[in-house]
Ligand binder design. Structure first.
Ligand SMILES: Cc1cc2nc3c(=O)[nH]c(=O)nc-3n(C[C@H](O)[C@H](O)[C@H](O)COP(=O)(O)OP(=O)(O)OC[C@H]3O[C@@H](n4cnc5c(N)ncnc54)[C@H](O)[C@@H]3O)c2cc1C
Length: 309
């Protein structure tokens, strides 16, 4: 059993920032970086243009490397490992990992992120980052003045479509059903934009392109069975995301989608004393690096204060 003051789960912006704050407070945090995607979601992207301090933009992996270097400089220790199960019933938190280690921690910061749901269309993974995106706030600007497609029928898809309608020349919202899951107010708002068009009862069968960039999609009308190709510069997939919180079981409170519930808006504390959570695993709404980093800072400060008490 390894005894630590603070164990941080995740090495994305939330975990790294919590590690910077905890290590500068003299706590020697151990960060479990994760095994499937050490460094988190940003390691999948090259151009980060909205993280403050980098006017020329920065590569996602480089931003993560710099954050980790900063945390290590102050004493944080990174391990390539991933938590499999937890026991939060005692005053010490017990966590078992895939590498068969067992940790006993006085405080934990859970920053395990979330994964975007994939569409499953042909060409989706091939063109990821080359016209296929899961985040309009992140990538919309790259398609300024162009025609784009959004896939989905919930509030997220409408938020993406409304955001893109202000940047792109046209937005085609492709939805597999006749009715939307999105709230009425979002649908009404979208209808007021004359550059948003709804394509209903339709799925994206294939994403196609040339020179490694998306330039069209093949659509299937599921009522008639007819297929057609449509020009587009990008496909924004907005069908939801999956918080990486399954390993927690019922050890702390989550919402019905699996996002970790926080006690209140001014805190990263969960319903378990000494267990804090930050970043995309708590946040179905914003899912941005700077917001995850801010939440990681708060979680780090709160963990340090908890240990002082
Ligand atoms: C393709 C792409 C492009 C993006 N572009 C931008 C952008 O331009 N600007 C922007 O602000 N945001 C962007 N985002 C969103 C941004 O990446 C996320 O909002 C941010 O990374 C969330 O940070 P996080 O620390 O909460 O989670 P993540 O960065 O996802 O990190 C999660 C960490 O938890 C680890 N982990 C998972 N399970 C376990 C476990 N059981 N035990 C231990 N560790 C575990 C993972 O290995 C990982 O290290 C983009 C996302 C994607 C996918």
């Amino acid at each position: 059993m390894k005894e630590v003051d603070v164990l941080i789960l995740g090495s994305g912006p939330a975990g790294n920032t919590a590690a910077i704050y905890c290590s500068r407070a003299g706590l020697k945090p151990v960060v479990l970086a994760g095994l499937k995607m050490p460094g988190g979601s940003l390691t999948n992207t090259t151009d980060i243009e909205n993280f403050p301090g980098f006017p020329e933009g920065i590569d996602g992996s480089e931003l993560i490397d710099r954050q980790q270097e900063q945390a290590k400089k102050f004493g944080a220790v990174y391990e390539f490992d991933e938590v499999e199960s937890v026991d939060f019933s005692g005053s010490k938190k017990i966590l078992k990992t895939q590498m068969k280690e067992e940790y006993s921690a006085s405080a934990v910061v859970i920053a395990t992120g979330s994964l975007y749901k994939l569409l499953g269309a042909k060409g989706e993974t091939e063109f990821a980052g080359r016209g296929v995106s899961y985040c309009a706030t992140c990538d919309g600007f790259f398609f300024k003045g162009r025609e784009v497609v959004v896939v989905g029928g919930g509030d997220t898809a409408f938020e993406e479509a409304l955001y893109l309608a202000n940047i792109c020349s046209s937005v085609k919202l492709v939805h597999r059903r006749e009715e939307f899951r999105a709230s009425k107010i979002m649908v009404e708002r979208a209808k007021k934009h004359n550059n948003i068009e709804f394509i209903l009862n339709t799925v994206v069968e294939e994403i196609l392109g040339e020179d490694e960039l998306v330039n069209r999609v093949r659509l299937l009308d599921i009522k008639t069975g007819a297929t057609r190709e449509m020009q587009t510069a990008a496909v924004f997939v907005a069908i939801g995301s999956l918080p990486q919180t399954g390993f927690l079981g019922t050890a702390l409170e989550k919402d019905d989608q699996g996002y970790i519930k926080l006690n209140n808006l001014n805190s990263q504390a969960t319903n378990i004393p000494g267990a804090f959570a930050a970043g995309d695993c708590t946040d179905p709404t914003f899912r941005q690096a700077i917001i995850a980093a801010g939440a990681g800072a708060r979680a780090g400060i709160e963990a340090e204060r908890y240990l002082l008490d």
